[in-house]
Write a protein that binds this ligand. Structure first.
Ligand SMILES: [Zn+2]
Length: 86
């Protein structure tokens, strides 16, 4: 199985983001720290393995990483320059 077989879009982690942020994030605007592209979180290319990685659909830079343990979650948003919540 190749990585592209595992590719989902940001809607696949909508429920998890709702749990983490307390609001529906799929429509939130985000700016990629790598290339500056602006788009909705739903447009992320999402890969699910030991953790969850969301990549920019324009430059493939990693924008978000989510790792869940038994009683905690690690969230890395260092690839997101900004988030716009409505
Ligand atoms: Zn980008």
């Amino acid at each position: 199985m190749e990585m592209r077989d595992l590719k989902l879009d940001g809607n696949a982690i909508g429920g998890l983001m709702l749990e983490l942020f307390g609001s529906d994030m799929t429509g939130a605007g985000s700016v990629c720290a790598g290339c500056g592209a602006h788009g909705e979180m739903a447009r992320l290319d999402v890969y699910v393995g030991a953790g969850i990685v969301g990549r920019c659909c324009h430059c493939e830079a990693v924008m978000i990483r989510i790792v869940q343990g038994r009683d905690r979650t690690w969230l890395d948003l260092s690839g997101v320059a900004s988030l716009e919540l409505s």
